[in-house]
Design a protein around this ligand. Structure first.
Ligand code: GLN
Length: 536
């Protein structure tokens, strides 16, 4: 444990979806490059315990940490941009905070006290912030993003808790970074700083004086406007930072560095670190992306395709694998439910690869099987993720093995061939929240398989989020009659982790979610293999 805890708190005002998570993660990247260990956290004001039970339409993708927490997709940005892995302590929701406090109340742990927002809820928030700082044991700075917008009723306890935290830890150990939107009026060519002034007023009314203000805008903010914001919002001139819209999100970090935001933070928090963040690898990556000339189109077949954020880590992973081959990966978003009434020859006409990502529930599964059959029969590269593996085995069982009613217990509990099923001991008492196989598990790879050749390792660790498993009773049938190779197996439980087809250029599917471990500069082996095959 470090003796001095240092926190950066990232708040937002004027509108939501400002990209404050990207700014926060970019700061994380810069500080990491100055030799500091960074941990990051997101405080979410909603009352769900976690986003695990929320519709992807409501909340986008559920990001899963190594230790199995189901979290907000912002944590994915943090992991990818900072290049770190986070833990369950990273994700704090009002649901978790209130549940902890109320459970303690029922156990009588408050010794007769009246339980109140202040101090009981705020104390629990602070406890979780301290736990977050200590989670990894080597943290120098913890970056904490507060979800929502200042002034929202539900986020008030979080603001109160961070105000108190400055009192406890001191000015030099806490840095408040407030993000706002600066509208640009095209007709008059002016930017407007008034909403920012109001938002900072709202923040100071809660007892929080920002140390830096980040202005998100379509245009660069000129010096005069920055000075004006500095004067009205009571910060130093150099603490007003322009965050102009960019084409490539990695440019945000470079823009913040140009304006010396990292220096400002390092001085304020009195951090002992390198003088300069070497960002040359990112500069090279941005240059590479800007120079890309090749393109390839792959289809992503899912039922939430209307909201691309529902597949954020998958689409990011495809992008990163594209960088390896100097290629821009275009995604054709295919609605699996609609595909049931369409001609796959037309839908997949110009598509060089097909991917079926994770999902839950029966709706749209027939369309996904149509896509899988099309890839299998037409030798189109296929990558199946989680449900995408389960459905490819069901498709093969129905079409190749002749097990007409083969299915998953999830879709047809009456099936006589439950090739995807609960584990025997899971049959009792299943609740929906937090009861899946979650987080990292080991997987042993079989030599001389596509998986092995891509990972170039015997043993890998990958993250999971699913309830059902392949039923090993059918394994030899798939091997003998289905041309299936079980190329990845969990060494402790013998569960199936990766399958591939013998006589196909690239048909690989996994029970885990490789997309959670991709990084911009370290594309994931399975995605690399998929894109490489799609380019052939
Ligand atoms: N619905 C499937 C299961 O629970 C797959 C889940 C997923 O794709 N993440 O096992």
């Amino acid at each position: 444990m470090k003796s001095k805890m240092k926190f950066i708190f990232v708040t937002g005002g004027v509108v939501s979806s400002l990209g404050k998570g990207i700014s926060a993660a970019s700061i994380g990247r810069l500080l990491k490059r100055r030799g500091l260990n960074i941990f990051s956290m997101k405080l979410d004001p909603y009352l769900n315990i976690d986003p695990g039970t929320m519709s992807p339409y409501q909340h986008g993708e559920v990001f899963v940490t190594k230790d199995g927490a189901e979290t907000d997709l912002d944590l994915g940005h943090y992991e990818r941009i900072i290049n770190t892995s986070l833990t369950k302590e990273s994700s704090v929701t009002s649901g978790k905070v209130y549940t902890t406090v109320l459970d303690k109340e029922r156990k009588g742990e408050f010794l007769g006290a009246t339980i109140q927002i202040i101090p009981h809820i705020t104390n629990e928030i602070k406890r979780r912030l301290y736990d977050g700082f200590n989670a990894k044991g080597d943290t120098d700075v913890c970056i904490v993003e507060i979800g929502g917008t200042v002034g929202d009723i539900e986020s008030l306890p979080f603001f109160e808790a961070i105000r108190q935290l400055r009192r406890e830890l001191g000015y030099e150990n806490t840095f408040f970074m407030h993000n706002t939107l600066v509208p640009y009026l095209k007709t008059s060519g002016e930017i407007k700083t008034k909403p920012t002034q109001h938002s900072v007023k709202e923040l100071t009314a809660l007892g929080i004086q920002p140390d830096a203000i980040l202005l998100r805008s379509e245009v660069d903010i000129d010096k005069g406007s920055k000075k004006k914001v500095a004067l009205f919002c009571n910060v130093n001139d150099e603490a007003v930072i322009s965050v102009k819209d960019v084409d490539i999100i990695y440019e945000v970090a470079l823009n913040l560095q140009k304006q010396h935001l990292d220096d400002l933070i390092v001085n304020h928090l009195r951090l002992d670190c390198k003088n300069f963040a070497d960002m040359s690898d990112w500069q090279a990556l941005i240059k590479k992306i800007k120079g890309i000339k090749k393109e390839v189109t792959v289809a992503l077949v899912g039922k939430y395709v209307k909201l691309h954020d529902a597949y954020l880590s998958v689409s990011e992973s495809l992008k990163y694998a594209g960088y390896v081959f100097d290629t821009k990966v275009n995604i054709k978003w295919v609605d699996s439910e609609k595909l049931e009434n369409e001609d796959p020859n037309i839908v997949f006409e110009n598509v060089k690869g097909i991917i079926v990502p994770g999902g839950f529930g029966t709706r749209g599964t027939d369309g996904k099987k149509i896509a899988i059959r099309y890839a299998r029969e037409h030798n189109i590269p296929y990558l199946g993720l989680c449900l995408g593996m389960q459905l490819s085995l069901i498709e093969i069982a129905q079409d190749v093995l002749g097990l007409k009613d083969a299915d998953s217990t999830e879709f047809n509990p009456e099936s006589t061939h439950k090739i995807i099923d609960y584990l025997p001991d899971q049959y009792k008492g299943i609740k929906l929240g937090g009861t899946m196989r979650l987080g990292e598990y080991e997987c042993k790879l079989l030599p001389n398989t596509k998986a092995y050749n891509l990972y170039k390792k015997d043993l890998i660790r990958e993250r999971h989020r699913h309830r059902y498993e392949f039923n090993n009773e059918y394994k030899s049938l798939f091997e003998e009659k289905g041309g299936v190779i079980f190329s990845g197996i969990n060494p402790q439980t013998n569960l199936c982790e990766i399958i591939e087809l013998k006589d196909h250029p690239f048909f690989v599917a996994c029970q885990f979610h490789p997309e959670f471990q991709s990084r911009p500069l370290q594309a994931h082996p399975l995605f690399i293999g998929f894109i490489e095959a799609s380019l052939k």
